[in-house]
Design a protein around this ligand. Structure first.
Ligand code: ACM
Length: 516
């Protein structure tokens, strides 16, 4: 069986089911749209036109999709899939589970089922199995940075398709940073008219010791209109993927400061940043700036229906706040201890704002410094330390440690044979070996680990093709980390299934890195 990620339970039986032009898809009103989508997916390669029935046919094979409260124990994303010679039954308590049952069915069929053109000479058989499956974690994600390099809408959709293929359910969209603001905000048009474009980009790796960095002289930019965003959100929802938008604050904000200098601390005119690294130019904490942030978030909330909104919070040098009389006066007036506490104040205001709108704030682990906002969820990237602290104090956590989940790191030690990357070394085997629940974390804290996700920062990843090269197959390994049971891990078995899975990625025109 070549299902990836590995199902929780799978029993192989004798025999096989054969899909034919006469196979009926059996649905009821609740499952009709999923059944139709399955038919649309099965049609191009097979050339079959399936009939839809609301009861099992006499003397014909069938694929039956049903929701049943009896499977509540498997949660909303769990499902069963029974393949018998005459019939395939997909069952789940809720639609996400049923969708994942259809993903597994597609992976039981020959890989050519994914081709978007008629395939001749293939017997469309699936082996008889009984699968009972459910994800280990609720948060199974991947982050894409579209600020450092803008990625076209078509690629974002392709990535969402690939997340769904791997039963990943969260797309974290890093939409703003120093090097570009990528989402249209109607109230502040300069965020994109000015903030979405930089005049050029650093050539080669960022080197702080160099006085004269080399730039390419080529303008770079782009952004998603609100119409684009709505389209992508709807596309993701059909594939059971929730989008978590990230609007960075108070650091990684130079693109916004270039558009609206009054949001900064120095009054200096800035341009959208053209090189990489940590940047001292950050938002001020004036009331008008907090209002700006809430206005931006209001538009974001109107576009993204998901619970979580990411506010960044990472890598905020406090030098400008130390030197700014306004920031110092603010610290004093609010009775705060220091600049770290001022950052906490900033994030707490956003936490309260988002909570008042029925949403939840998530931020990188630096939001712990100076005191964690009451209802914040922590994304632990500087190792697992921040996640452990947050979970121990009763906060929810998403694990994103750089050592296991930063897919912008090299995937080979032989870096001369790889495209230029930010550094690091994270081979496929290491991603597969990742265990999101830290050792010795007591059960009451472990409950707060919602899951884990992969990160793709794109300083050195200018094109979709290169993004695919860095994502895959390491994201395939991560999908197994977050979906499959923690026990029973077997790298050799993963590689065996991956060798078939890579044929799927070939058919889907994914430019993955070949195995060593
Ligand atoms: C990060 O890598 N700065 C979250």
């Amino acid at each position: 069986m070549n299902i990836l990620p590995r199902p929780a339970q799978l029993i192989e039986n004798e025999g096989q089911f054969t899909l034919t032009d006469g196979t009926a898809i059996v649905v009821d009103p609740a499952t009709a749209s999923l059944g139709r989508r399955l038919a649309v997916e099965l049609a191009p390669a097979t050339g079959f036109t399936f009939k839809f029935l609301n009861h099992p046919p006499m003397g014909e094979t069938s694929i039956e999709l049903k929701l049943t409260s009896r499977l509540k124990r498997l949660g909303k994303e769990g499902y069963t899939l029974h393949v018998e010679p005459g019939k395939v039954s997909l069952r789940a308590a809720e639609l996400p589970g049923l969708f994942y049952a259809t993903r597994s069915l597609l992976q039981l069929l020959p890989v050519q089922i994914l081709r978007q053109a008629r395939v001749q000479g293939v017997a469309w058989t699936a082996p008889c199995v009984e699968i009972e499956d459910r994800p280990r974690f609720a948060w199974r994600g991947a982050m894409l940075d579209v600020s450092r390099h803008f990625m076209p809408k078509e690629f974002v959709k392709k990535l969402i398709d690939l997340l769904a293929l791997h039963k990943l359910n969260t797309f974290h969209w890093h939409l703003t940073d120093d090097q570009g603001w990528r989402i249209e905000i109607k109230k502040y048009p300069r965020l994109t008219s000015a903030g979405a474009w930089r005049k050029e980009t650093l050539v080669g790796r960022m080197d702080y010791s160099q006085e004269n960095l080399t730039y390419d002289g080529i303008p770079h930019g782009g952004f998603y209109t609100q119409e684009d965003v709505r389209e992508i959100v709807a596309y993701a929802a059909q594939r059971m993927v929730t989008i978590v938008p990230e609007i960075e604050m108070p650091g990684h904000s130079q693109a916004a400061l270039a558009a609206y200098p009054e949001l900064g601390n120095t009054g200096r005119a800035l341009e959208v940043l053209t090189h990489w690294g940590i940047n001292e130019d950050i938002y001020n904490v004036n009331e008008s700036t907090l209002t700006f942030m809430q206005d931006v978030l209001s538009e974001v909330l109107g576009l993204f229906p998901g619970t979580f909104i990411h506010v960044g919070g990472d890598e905020v040098p406090k030098i400008q706040w130390k030197e700014s009389p306004e920031a110092q006066a603010r610290i004093k007036a609010l009775g705060l201890a220091d600049e770290d506490a001022l950052q906490s104040y900033f994030i707490r205001r956003m936490d309260a704002f988002l909570n008042s709108r029925g949403r939840r704030l998530v931020g990188w682990d630096e939001i712990l410094e100076g005191g964690l906002a009451e209802n914040a969820t922590v994304m632990s990237w500087r190792g697992e330390e921040g996640g452990i602290r947050a979970a121990t104090s009763g906060h929810d956590v998403v694990m994103a440690p750089n050592t296991y989940t930063y897919l912008d790191y090299y995937q080979s030690e032989d870096t001369g044979r790889e495209p230029l990357a930010i550094g690091g070394y994270l081979p496929l085997s290491e991603v597969y070996a990742y265990e999101p629940i830290p050792h010795d974390l007591p059960p009451e804290a472990a409950r707060h680990i919602l899951g884990a996700q992969a990160q793709l920062w794109t300083e050195y990843i200018p094109t979709p093709k290169q993004a695919e090269y860095m994502f895959f197959p390491r994201l395939s390994a991560l999908s197994e980390v977050v979906w499959s049971p923690g026990e029973g891990k077997d790298y050799a078995d993963f590689l065996r299934r991956l060798s078939v899975h890579l044929q799927r990625l070939d058919i889907l025109d994914v430019h993955y890195r070949r195995l060593d």
